[in-house]
Write a protein that binds this ligand. Structure first.
Ligand SMILES: C[S@@+](CC[C@H](N)C(=O)[O-])C[C@H]1O[C@@H](n2cnc3c(N)ncnc32)[C@H](O)[C@@H]1O
Length: 215
């Protein structure tokens, strides 16, 4: 995502404490208490400006959504977009996915969305990819045994890398498409997805889950 620095983004985010949670590690193991219900918890990592999360939360009122974004200048865009809706089932966290285990207990999350994750194309950048071995064990720990990951990208190389790494990590492929928009017409899209699909680019999609014992 092209990053336009927003002045005082952090201070602006702090003006929305009920949506943008300030000390998220305080809620480790207690997210359902915070939401005040027992609904499943779905998180989107790298939510960008929040379109996908907002539309999902409106459509699926019986799911608790938590959006995660590491840059405050991007996060504030999502906060300002989502806040006016006053949705009871959305929280946003301005954190790096690297610290997810400080934020969620093992088995606390039911689904992870990875939408148009940064491709980090150079091999020395591999460990920053969200489908690399840096992140998959973290995701496995916080997901329930039945929990799954849905991944969408326009980037064929990142998709191929991810499929290869998924195979190495004893994961099961539940669904996939090499041209998601040709298959499904009523999907909820992200900002990036709209941009790429307008150009006629195929959107690659895969839904996966971990098999067997936790690592
Ligand atoms: C290419 S953008 C896609 C944004 C949005 N998902 C979309 O499809 O429009 C990727 C986003 O992921 C965020 N991101 C990348 N690595 C992250 C990490 N480790 N933790 C949290 N956010 C991350 C970036 O800051 C960026 O906003």
């Amino acid at each position: 995502m092209r990053l336009r620095k927003v002045k005082n983004a952090n201070e602006k985010i702090a003006q929305y404490p009920s949506l943008a949670i300030q000390n998220p590690s305080n809620f480790k193991g207690k997210w359902r208490e915070l939401f005040g219900n027992e609904y499943p918890i779905h998180i989107e990592i790298g939510m960008g400006k929040g379109k996908f999360l907002l539309e999902k939360a409106i459509k699926e009122a019986n799911v608790n959504f938590i959006g995660i974004e590491k840059f405050d200048s991007v996060m504030i865009r999502a906060v300002e977009k989502i806040a006016p809706y006053e949705l009871p089932n959305v929280k946003l966290l301005n954190i790096d996915a690297l610290i997810l285990q400080e934020i969620f207990n093992n088995n606390e999350v039911d689904k992870i969305y990875l939408n148009f994750s940064d491709p980090w194309p150079k091999s020395r950048q591999e460990k920053r990819r969200l489908t690399s071995n840096t992140f998959l064990p973290i995701f496995q720990a916080i997901l329930t045994d039945c929990g799954d990951i849905e991944f969408k990208t326009d980037n064929q190389k990142l998709f191929e890398y991810s499929v290869m790494n998924i195979n190495k990590n004893n994961m099961e492929i539940l669904d996939f498409s090499l041209h998601l928009h040709q298959r499904d017409e009523s999907i909820i899209t992200t900002e990036y997805e709209d941009r790429f699909s307008k150009l006629g680019q195929p959107i690659f999609y895969i839904k996966i889950k971990f098999r067997g014992e936790k690592l």
